[in-house]
Design a protein around this ligand. Structure first.
Ligand code: SAM
Length: 219
């Protein structure tokens, strides 16, 4: 699969599909339209039985985009499911998605994404390493965007990624002014680090994702 080609040259048909094929739960994702498009496109080309992991799933809307794009993709989505503030419009978004006065709990988010049987939600504990035994094809890291959580998470997940597997780091915005609060310098530093690693090819920034593909594996 040539992911760069897929993302750099979307056809007119691709753009129509973007409007018609995305999961109806996509409204609850904190990501921009282009991010949703990229996630949908990559999830769709994953082979039968492939495994995707999302670290930082919030309301499960990006996981739903993947599940909607590809019912044969096994998706594991991890989150603290806490009451932290992650969006300006959080109260409205949570009320719309989970119901009035409902907390963003694992149980409520499970109900919200229940139409997608291929989504498996997992609650994590801050600073505890997630144990996951299978190899994976597709990883999205979209949690704290800061060290040490970011590097700890990557140290845990990257060794599990198969050759040709895809890794996407969210909130990669090197195009903004350096003092913008929307810039996460730890994400940029990690992208620089991985770009210089022989096992990984940096495919570029698409939307607010930095995308890598595994080329080698030094096990
Ligand atoms: C920016 S939001 C994710 C947005 C989501 N991917 C979407 O598409 O809407 C960040 C999420 O990361 C979660 N989070 C923060 N620290 C985490 C950690 N150590 N492990 C897993 N999730 C974490 C938060 O609970 C929050 O839901």
């Amino acid at each position: 699969m040539n992911i760069s080609l897929l993302l750099n040259q979307p056809s007119a048909e691709d753009l129509t599909l973007l409007l018609t094929e995305l999961s109806p739960l996509q409204y609850a994702s904190l990501n921009c339209k282009l991010d949703k498009f990229v996630v949908h496109k990559i999830a769709k080309i994953m082979p039968v039985g492939a495994i995707a992991v999302e670290v930082g799933t919030y309301l499960g809307a990006t996981a739903s985009i993947m599940a909607h794009a590809n019912e044969n993709l096994e998706i594991h989505a991890f989150d603290l499911f806490d009451d932290g503030i992650y969006a300006k419009n959080q109260d409205t978004l949570i009320e719309q998605s989970l119901g009035k006065g409902q907390p963003r709990s694992l149980e409520n988010v499970s109900k919200f994404v229940s139409k997608y049987k291929n989504i498996h939600l997992h609650k994590v504990v801050k600073n505890e390493t997630v144990v996951f035994k299978q190899e994976i094809d597709f990883l999205i890291e979209d949690s704290s965007h800061r060290y040490p959580q970011l590097s700890d998470s990557m140290n845990n997940w990257l060794p599990k990624i198969k050759i040709n597997g895809i890794v996407m780091l969210h909130d990669y915005r090197p195009y903004l002014p350096i003092d913008s609060p929307q810039r996460f310098l730890d994400v940029e530093n990690y992208v620089d680090f991985l770009s210089n690693h022989t096992d990984w090819k940096f495919l570029g920034g698409f939307g607010d994702f930095a995308i890598f593909q595994r080329t080698h594996r030094q096990d």
